[in-house]
Design a protein around this ligand. Sequence first.
Ligand code: 5GP
Length: 200
Amino acid sequence: MGPQEAAGAPKGLLIILSAPSGCGKTTIADRLLKRHREWVRSVSVTTRPARAGEKEAKDYYFVTPRKFQEMRSQRELLESAGVFNFFYGTPKSFVLEKLRAGKNIILAIDVQGARQIKKALDKNAAIVTFFILPPSVRVLRERLEGRNTESPAEIQRRIELAQEEIKEAGFYDHTVMNQNLEQTVLKIEEHIEKFLKERS
Ligand code: 5GP
């Protein structure tokens, strides 16, 4: 038994993906999970209403603001944040269970959440953080418009927030520009492999 196990520290790797809305973070996470069937994704809780096509318990657990506050006060969330007038949070027990079972787990969350998790977890926990950058603001706008899920005012807000979020990229272990999906996924995998190799 290694010292980490002896101390009861989580054994799995926590992979945090953050990106401004519309940078392809969900697609990247889906692709990574398809290529690594043993990895798992943390499904967040949110007070945001479901978008067309989104499914309960797959995309998010959609809850009322009251339920969200209850979970937060019961300390059931590993981290939580307010984004675009809604609340988002990571269910704690699921993540900790998976990590203890040695599973690698992907969290697609914002920078506020990434910072809280780094603080909250055991200092021996294995964690690697990625910030995905859009190739340009123009491309980001095109992607958000092409998605057809937000109003023009909402798109403008997301672009402004993206510009703020990009300033936080320096906090992350790695920044990856999502110019090409395949290459972005490969790059992330490379960093993860390197991290795991160095740890073993
Ligand atoms: P969306 O509404 O577009 O699905 O997500 C909006 C933002 O909330 C994204 O930046 C996304 O990463 C972030 N987000 C989603 N789930 C969580 C969560 O559990 N915690 C935090 N802190 N941010 C989240």
